[in-house]
Ligand binder design. Structure first.
Ligand code: AHG
Ligand code: MN
Ligand code: MN
Ligand code: MN
Length: 291
């Protein structure tokens, strides 16, 4: 590799590391914000979901700090219509607060991020790294980078490595399917019916926590296409791609019902996609049933 290519590769590596550390360092302020801002904001986000004040505050905190990183060129988020641009090379797309409807009942919530080599909307194959934070009893962070998945405990925004090789357990034991049985299409309902007798239900309404259950116990998570909503609910760029990258890096599979989610690009920045993530055999069973 020529010198200039070498330096740009290590510059990208440095920027990815800085994005990860900046997101970790912002988590104490986000944890504080979710306690302070529990109300609605009387606005909707670009994909039409109600926005909580905490959604907006978390988005503000991350946007300021991520755009301050030299190598970052753009910041995109589920909560803002346009991509924010500055000069730099890499592109960060975030779901600043995932599972915010759990704020009221104080259940699982988190942050999802992806670092892309191309400006969103873009395919998941352009991910250089992705990760999520869980603001649970413990603030933890899972990061996928270079084919490796690592888990950290965050204390005062500093990362402490607790697992340097997170891999999906071979044997599936849990499943979590969003949307509700009445809204599923018949083809998904039939395969869900089989799976529910084989695995334990783990569904908490926050993708970060539900995916962490799958990474911990093995199994499958899905927010499938719905009768009324063939595109499903979850955002392709902000939730689907980063989580698919993590699950595939941990040895599992992702799918939009036909192929790896990472091979697809969202039609536009805020597109939604059906998604199936987890144990490869179960994903194959879903793909052969769901069309
Ligand atoms: P967000 O809070 O970022 O809008 O995401 C919520 C998503 C995702 O976290 C979760 O898997 C799903 O919504 C839950 O949807 P239901 O409330 O329909 O179960
Ligand atoms: Mn939302
Ligand atoms: Mn979300
Ligand atoms: Mn969100």
């Amino acid at each position: 590799m020529s010198k200039s290519l070498n330096t740009s590769a290590s510059e990208s590596e440095q920027t990815v590391a800085q994005v990860i550390d900046t997101i970790a360092a912002t988590t104490p302020d986000v944890r504080h914000a979710i306690a302070e801002y529990r109300g609605q904001s009387n606005s909707v986000n670009p994909s039409g979901d109600d926005q909580l004040a905490a959604d907006l505050r978390a988005d503000e905190l991350f946007e300021q700090r991520v755009l301050d990183i030299d190598g970052v060129a753009t910041y995109a988020s589920e909560e803002r219509a346009e991509v924010e641009t500055t000069d730099g090379r890499l592109h960060v797309a975030m779901d600043p607060l995932d599972g915010s409807s759990n704020l009221e009942p104080n259940s699982g919530m988190g942050t999802i991020f992806g670092v892309y080599s191309e400006r969103p909307p873009t395919a998941g194959t352009n991910l250089l790294a992705s990760g999520f934070v869980i603001y649970g009893p413990i603030t933890s962070m899972v990061v996928a980078r270079g084919g490796q998945v690592r888990e950290y405990i965050l204390e005062d925004g500093d990362k402490r490595l607790v697992d340097d090789d997170v891999t999906l357990p071979e044997e599936p034991t849990v499943f979590g399917f969003g949307g509700g049985v009445d809204s599923w299409t018949e083809d998904f309902e039939s395969v869900a019916e089989e799976i529910r007798y084989e695995l334990k239900l783990r569904y908490g309404g926050a993708m970060v926590a539900d995916i962490n259950q799958v990474l911990t116990y093995g199994g499958v998570f899905s927010y499938p296409k719905l009768q009324s909503r063939p595109e499903g609910k979850l955002r392709h760029q902000f939730e689907g791609h980063p989580m698919a990258y993590i699950v595939e890096s941990a040895g599992g599979r992702s799918s939009d019902g036909e192929r790896s989610l990472l091979e697809t690009a969202p039609d536009e920045l805020h597109s939604r996609t059906p998604l199936y993530l987890g144990n490869a055999d179960l994903i194959e069973r879903v793909e052969s049933n769901v069309n």
